[in-house]
Design a binder for this molecule. Sequence first.
Ligand code: AMP
Length: 283
Amino acid sequence: MKFTVSRSIGTQQRLSRKIITQDKSIALVPTMGFLHQGHLSLIRRGLRKADIVVTSIFVNPAQFAPHEDFNQYPRDHKSDLQKIRSAGGQIVFMPKASDIYPVDYETYVTVENMTGALEGKSRPTHFRGVTTIVAQLFNIIRPDFALFGMKDYQQAMVLKKMCSDLNWPIKMIIVPTLREKDGLAMSSRNKYLSPLLRAEAPALYQSLLAARQSARRGETGAAAIRRQMKRLIDKAAPSGKIDYIAFTEMESLIPVRRVDKNTVVSLAVKLGPIRLIDNLKIA
Ligand code: AMP
């Protein structure tokens, strides 16, 4: 299929209908653009699963609180289109915010319990925006597969829950986090780290690795491991302000006091103005 950019909901609906009529499968990769290798790994994985990969680029206003970085969120559509094309993605859906959320818009999708902790605690309206836009994308694009990064672990679990609760016949695929050589999880926001903060940023992943090592050596107390992580971050990233370090059960995201092979450690740390998140399965 020829590389196509669809800029309106109607165009995308027609394209999807045509693909489905031809009995071809669709994989959806939702993004906010400013693409890096992590995003491209989702597209490549999608291409192994489905005939057509639709990548959406949409900086979703509904998932940013008024004080957050919606206006500053980095954008580079020209380079994004080139990257998607060379990764083999066939369709890019780039709707206008005023088409997705017209002035009289009033329908939101919420996943209730799983969105209260971790990111949801610091960003109370965030997941309602995420689930609403992904629900819209599912309805417009009608994918067979949808790919999400483990980097945003809670988001992936919340979306999996939404998909299963609402009975969308879509297979959710969670793709491992791609990292820079020094371990920092790739993120569009990394570009805003000053050289000093960029040098401190790998401390997040180092602390997650240290947590895993402790658990493997037999430490089961979440509080003890948290203290160890905090010490490491305070030392290696003195500019860092820890928002949370959380130990939760893998699927339900329920907090645990004792870690085991089903535990995920997640953290959010503010480095100067940039808030970074990361996570690791402890086993
Ligand atoms: P974003 O554009 O930040 O909303 O991310 C779009 C998708 O790419 C989400 O499913 C993210 O979890 C995923 N993603 C972001 N960073 C990475 C990464 N470093 N490795 C793998 N997937 C990622």
